[in-house]
Design a protein. Structure first.
Length: 141
């Protein structure tokens, strides 16, 4: 028995207005919650820090300096190297008989970040894990 015989069937329809409203609400939510950062607006002036000197006595630190032109010096003597292994060997030579000396990195504020990482990698390859950085107080220019 077909009770629907005389009636016309309505075609199913999709209500797009409700779907558009939901999409707009999601879009507004995403726009409001997204944080926009512009790295070009960051003004970083390193290295400056304030703090007390370390009270722990250090036997004889190895001072590694790097300038803005990426020239390296170990304990005041200019060092040239072709690869990381040669630089690590220079650190071992400067350490002498010390097992785990403190490596003091003296980097120019305009030195490339990679040059500091190179010093840290050479210290790691040489087996030295105690690394510190020198900075200047912001008031003493």
């Amino acid at each position: 028995m077909n009770f629907q015989r005389g009636r016309d069937r309505e075609a199913p329809e999709i209500n797009l207005i409700a779907m558009i409203d939901v999409l707009l609400v999601i879009l507004i939510f995403l726009m409001v919650t997204t944080s926009y950062g512009k790295f070009s607006e960051l003004q970083i002036n390193l290295p400056q820090a304030s703090g007390a000197d370390s009270a722990v006595p250090v036997s004889k630190p190895i001072v590694v300096a790097v300038d803005a032109s990426e020239h390296y010096a170990i304990n005041g003597a200019r060092t040239n190297f072709k690869n990381l292994s040669e630089f690590a060997q220079s650190l071992r030579k400067a350490a002498g008989k010390q097992d785990d000396p403190v490596i003091v990195i003296n980097a120019d504020a305009k030195a490339a970040h990679q040059s500091v990482i190179t010093i840290m990698e050479a210290a790691r390859e040489a087996g030295y894990g105690r690394i510190t950085f020198t900075t200047r107080n912001p008031s003493s220019k």
